[in-house]
Design a protein around this ligand. Structure first.
Ligand SMILES: Nc1ncnc2c1ncn2[C@@H]1O[C@H](COP(=O)(O)OP(=O)(O)OP(=O)(O)O)[C@@H](O)[C@H]1O
Ligand SMILES: [Zn+2]
Length: 681
């Protein structure tokens, strides 16, 4: 039999076994000096090798039925498309205990993880009071009808403005699948940020299992919880699987519908190991299983929009807000000739004051955590820098009651931390000052401007402890907070009932980034955060401070004009041949010396050039270049971008290229990885 193992080697591995074993079965096999769990992928009638020379399977694991054919097909597609060995796709996709030999062998294994999990009784989910469902408005009803009418596979792009009630459409579409006994896979970018959705799903799920029919899966779960949710879904007991990107690899025997909420969100892309896009795999899976896929967003990715415009996807629109409120009024405050107070314009301060007076909440959005982006010497211009990275260190104020005003410098790239120097390391001057502003400093300024206001900050630092994000959001929803300061974490999908004003600081920082997707990301982020204003209360308002009000991103934002922005951006991409009009792959190399990384990429480029010439494929190969942050944790990084207008050509060349890379790396101390459809370049 041929077995897939989680090792960085191409191909499958041959083993023998006395009795016949079905494809999809997990087995324990010897591999070198180790024992590993693998998945049986082929059982050829004719053994390929001399049976005597190959090793025997040590144990056949029968605690689960074999992994089903459609699951194997998805893993097979992902391996081929993202150019990774099958075993490195399949095994990491399973809950850890199902692929760990130690969970099965030894005195403490107690019959294996599945038996242990089944013995332990799961805590019954708290019964959630059932929420009355609002009557669908005509646009929602039409969207639900159109989704229900789909026979077999179709991908739907549900483009609904912020607050248009997309969730209600998902719930109705899900309901009709559940009534027919199907399962629903509901993907969200980040689960800890959306407790509201989990609650609505629980309260709305009918059927004999009630709220227990929901399984939740994300990387923050303890291994036991993760295994339980996975088993629940795989056995068909869970009717709905709500989860983050990794949930795409859960076997779902009666899958009838896939929903991808906030489909534009970059969290759907895995950034290490198998660099897959769960959104793209969802579309593939929907086609493979012959079921509808609903991609929803107020700001769809330009890729999805392009497919919808061309009729590859069915486009459904919710153009108005679900409640009797208008979209918020957006104001651009031109900060070029304004005297700002600690970064705040008089307009924004006035608006904040007015909302406080009316007992409404406000949100200040600044996409930069910490106290200040750098510490700097006011006499010689020295700037705090990470000793291990080519990046500045960010000044943070230590948190916790005992911390006082203790400050530390943090590197956001490698995690390096140090106390700030007492004097400038270059000139000895003691006048070191924070330059610029992050969320912590903004919070501090707001407390000075509005001493009576209750202020909270939500960013990666303030929500590090498990459950703390949910607690903070609960306080906001309960009306215990007047002003919320936050990063993009606060922009995602929250339905605030009493939030009237959104202020945006420092958006310009993203305007001139090198990445060609930066304007798209900025626009989406601004539309999303603006969409938190005035969802239940009238008179919602958004104030964006900028030095560049004439930029197309801001002009489109001003008019809530997603379609216009998308059209403009797509025309631009088409004229210079960027995705979605071209397909890309990125080879990244890491070495102690930059020259080595570049040299390797140069050789790799030559190999690919020859391959492309041989098979007559037209590829654009760029020059190897250092990454923008070239050194991280003392490792130098460079990249090689490959592009083609024709996806199959690119795929064919990549498949020929990958096996040749070890040869290109020969004699070099270099690590490399390939990313297909990279999001950041
Ligand atoms: N038909 C309806 N009648 C009344 N209220 C509704 C209706 N549908 C949805 N709502 C309410 O409208 C609000 C916004 O809905 P929802 O959060 O689903 O918007 P959304 O489209 O997901 O927005 P976003 O993209 O900004 O997250 C919610 O408070 C929801 O309960
Ligand atoms: Zn660093």
């Amino acid at each position: 039999m041929r077995v897939a193992l989680d090792v960085p080697l191409p191909g499958l591995f041959d083993y023998r076994c006395e009795h016949s074993v079905a494809v999809g079965t997990r087995v324990i096999v010897p591999f070198g000096r180790r024992h590993m769990i693998g998945v049986v992928v082929e059982t050829p009638a004719e053994p390929a090798l001399d049976q005597a020379s190959i090793k025997a399977v040590e144990q056949v694991l029968d605690d689960l039925p074999p992994l089903p054919a459609d699951w194997l097909a998805l893993a097979g597609f992902a391996a081929q498309y993202y150019q990774r060995p099958l075993g490195e796709v399949m095994l990491p996709a399973l809950p850890a205990s199902l692929r760990k030999v130690s969970a099965y062998q030894g005195p403490r294994s107690a019959g294996g993880p599945v038996r242990r999990s089944d013995k332990r009784r799961a805590a019954a989910p708290a019964t959630v009071a059932s929420e009355p469902a609002p009557n669908l408005n005509p646009q929602q009803a039409e969207a639900v009808r159109a989704i229900a009418a789909i026979q077999g596979h179709r991908t739907v792009l549900l483009h609904g403005v912020t607050g248009s009630g997309k969730t209600e459409v998902y719930l109705h579409a899900a309901q009709s699948v559940l009534e027919r006994g199907g399962q629903v896979l509901f993907l969200v970018p980040e689960i800890n940020l959306t407790p509201q959705l989990e609650q609505s799903l629980r309260s709305r799920l009918g059927g004999p299992e009630g709220p227990a029919a929901l399984a939740v899966l994300h990387s923050g779960l303890a291994e036991g919880e993760r295994l339980r949710a996975w088993l629940h879904a795989q056995r068909g007991q869970a009717q709905v699987l709500l989860g983050t990107r990794l949930s795409i690899f859960t076997p779902l025997p009666r899958l009838g519908l896939i929903i991808v909420d906030e489909e534009h969100d970059a969290s759907y892309k895995q950034q290490d190991g198998l660099r897959y896009s769960a959104r793209d795999l969802a579309v593939w899976l929907g086609r493979d299983r012959g079921i509808p896929v609903v991609l929803g967003s107020a700001t769809p990715s330009l890729e999805s929009w392009y497919h919808a415009e061309r009729g590859h996807y069915l486009k459904l629109s919710l153009a108005q807000r679900a409640r009797e409120v208008e979209l918020p009024k957006i104001r651009l405050v031109d900060t070029r000739r304004l005297a700002l107070q600690q970064g705040f314009s008089p307009q924004l301060l006035d608006a904040l004051g007015a909302r406080l007076e009316h007992g409404e909440q406000s949100l200040i959005f600044i996409n930069r955590r910490g106290y200040a982006p750098v510490l700097s010497c006011s006499s010689c211009g020295w700037i705090s820098q990470c000793p291990r990275c080519s990046a500045y260190t960010v000044l943070h104020r230590a948190s916790g009651r005992m911390a006082g005003h203790r400050q530390r410098l943090h590197c956001h790239h490698c995690g390096y931390q140090a106390p700030p120097p007492a004097a400038c390391p270059d000139c000895g001057d003691q006048d070191l000052r924070p330059m610029g502003r992050g969320t912590q400093r903004v919070e501090e300024h707001l407390a000075e401007f509005f001493p009576q206001a209750r202020i909270a900050r939500i960013d990666a630092d303030s929500t590090r402890r498990k459950g703390s994000a949910a607690e903070l959001f609960a306080q906001v929803h309960a009306g215990q907070i007047d002003i919320l300061v936050g990063t993009q974490m606060v922009a995602k999908g929250h339905d605030f009932t009493n939030l009237g004003l959104v202020g945006v600081l420092n958006a310009d920082a993203m305007l001139f980034a090198h990445d060609f997707r930066a304007p798209e990301r900025l626009f989406a982020q601004l539309m999303q955060v603006a969409g938190r204003a005035g969802r239940h209360v009238r008179g919602g308002e958004v104030i964006v401070q900028t030095d560049y009000p004439e930029q197309p991103v801001y002009q489109a934002l001003l008019r809530h004009n997603y379609a216009g922005f998308a059209q403009y951006s797509l025309a631009e991409r088409e004229s210079i041949g960027l995705p979605p009009y071209a397909y890309q792959a990125l080879l990244t190399a890491e070495a102690r010396e930059l020259a080595v990384a570049l040299e390797f990429l140069g050789r790799a480029r030559k190999v690919l050039q020859d391959l492309a010439a041989d098979c007559g494929a037209s590829l654009a190969l760029y020059d190897p270049i250092p990454l923008r942050v070239v050194r991280v944790a003392n490792i130098e990084r460079a990249q090689l971008l490959v592009e083609s207008r024709h996806r199959p050509s690119l795929q064919a060349c990549l498949a020929l290229w990958m096996p040749r890379l070890p040869e290109a790396a020969e004699g070099m101390r270099v690590r490399y990885q390939l990313e297909v459809d990279p999001l950041e370049i």
